[in-house]
Design a protein around this ligand. Structure first.
Ligand SMILES: NC(=O)C1=CN([C@@H]2O[C@H](COP(=O)(O)OP(=O)(O)OC[C@H]3O[C@@H](n4cnc5c(N)ncnc54)[C@H](OP(=O)(O)O)[C@@H]3O)[C@@H](O)[C@H]2O)C=CC1
Ligand SMILES: Cc1cn([C@H]2C[C@H](O)[C@@H](COP(=O)(O)OP(=O)(O)O[C@H]3O[C@@H](C)C(=O)[C@@H](O)[C@H]3O)O2)c(=O)[nH]c1=O
Ligand SMILES: [Mg+2]
Length: 295
């Protein structure tokens, strides 16, 4: 089996290179090999490689910058998945794709299910939602995993930002009214490999393609998450200028940014866990493991 893996230098792409390696021949591409905003180049590449499967963790993930780079965000997050779906359908390949909690409006406190209607509040979220739809419409053999707050040892993320800021400043202000679950890139990569392995062994006649919510279990907010990360770093012997109790809880209104974030990013993962008979560990486990690697 031959797999085409995009975004191989990103958080998730890096972990997928590891987790997919024992299963198949993996052709891992980064921006150097193919600029995903160039649809004809992407089409040509897929036609040349003729993969059995496309795994697409590549995305435009700069949430605030997307507000002013709308066209580019749409090319990468909407048009590229559409092209992948069209070309996969043509060569009989399957597509695994990732999406985000930011497709939801984020009101209330209940856990979002796959049947809830998205209502993105920012350009990134809209471009990712449109990408899910475009891919699903173009290719029935596509699996979309919506996840949240991805954290990995390789690449940029909130936890690393907090470690850096806490080593430089005496105190930090972090929003305490946005709720969700940090999900480790390694967990998503391991799950992806499990599912690819099933297709490899059993074929995909009965494989339940579709849309699933896949995030670590439990819930936190960015403020509590920041405190957790700093406390773990101190336990590992790192000196921090900001002590966990010096991380001040603030409201979203007190931290204005170009892109509006959902206050509620809770994802209900029941459908995924039941369908695939896999369990999703608590967010703390994944974050602790990432921190062990970083620290
Ligand atoms: N990060 C998060 O918190 C969350 C992410 N997701 C989704 O999960 C998936 C993986 O995210 P994550 O690994 O964190 O993302 P990263 O930002 O870490 O990685 C994305 C990768 O995509 C590549 N890329 C961006 N633009 C292009 C382009 N024009 N051509 C080729 N490659 C490009 C980047 O390359 P380069 O390094 O050169 O920029 C980067 O390697 C994405 O679909 C994302 O939307 C979902 C929920 C939360
Ligand atoms: C750095 C910093 C951020 N914040 C706030 C801003 C924001 O509301 C929240 C998170 O900040 P970030 O900019 O790191 O998070 P953001 O880039 O919005 O993270 C999102 O990325 C995309 C790709 C996704 O798909 C989402 O699931 C989510 O992970 O923390 C503070 O309150 N204080 C700070 O010092
Ligand atoms: Mg960000």
């Amino acid at each position: 089996m031959k797999l085409l893996l995009t975004g191989c230098h990103g958080q998730l792409g890096f972990e997928l290179q590891r987790s997919l390696a024992p299963l198949a021949e993996v052709i891992a591409i980064g921006r150097e090999e193919c600029d995903l905003s160039d649809a004809p180049a992407l089409r040509a590449l897929i036609q040349t490689i003729r993969p059995d499967g496309i795994i697409n963790p590549a995305a435009y993930t700069a949430v605030d910058k997307a507000e002013s780079e709308i066209k580019l965000a749409r090319k990468i997050n909407t048009d590229a998945p559409r092209v992948m779906g069209e070309e996969a359908a043509r060569c009989g390949a399957f597509v695994f794709h990732y999406s985000t909690d930011y497709v939801f409006e984020g009101t209330g406190t209940s856990f979002y299910r796959e049947t809830d209607i998205p209502h993105p509040q920012n350009v990134y979220g809209q471009s990712k939602y449109d990408g899910e739809q475009a891919l699903r419409a173009a290719c029935t053999r596509s699996l979309v995993m919506r996840t949240s707050w991805v954290v990995g040892a390789h690449g940029g993320n909130f936890a690393k930002t907090m470690l850096k800021l806490a080593s430089e400043r005496e105190s930090l202000n972090v929003v305490a009214d946005q709720y969700g679950a940090p999900t480790s890139a390694a967990l998503l990569a391991d799950i992806t490999a499990q599912l690819v392995g099933r297709i490899l062994q059993q074929g995909d006649q009965a494989f339940p393609y579709g849309l699933y919510h896949v995030a670590a279990s439990g819930v936190t907010n960015w403020h509590a998450y920041a405190r957790f990360v700093i406390a773990q770093a101190m336990r590992a012997g790192k000196s921090m200028k900001t002590l966990p109790e010096k991380v001040q809880p603030i409201s979203t209104a007190e931290y204005p940014l170009p892109a509006k974030r959902p206050a509620n990013s809770r994802l209900d993962t029941t459908l995924f866990q039941h369908t695939f008979n896999l369990r999703l560990p608590d967010w703390q486990q994944g974050v602790a493991h990432v921190l062990q690697q970083i620290l």
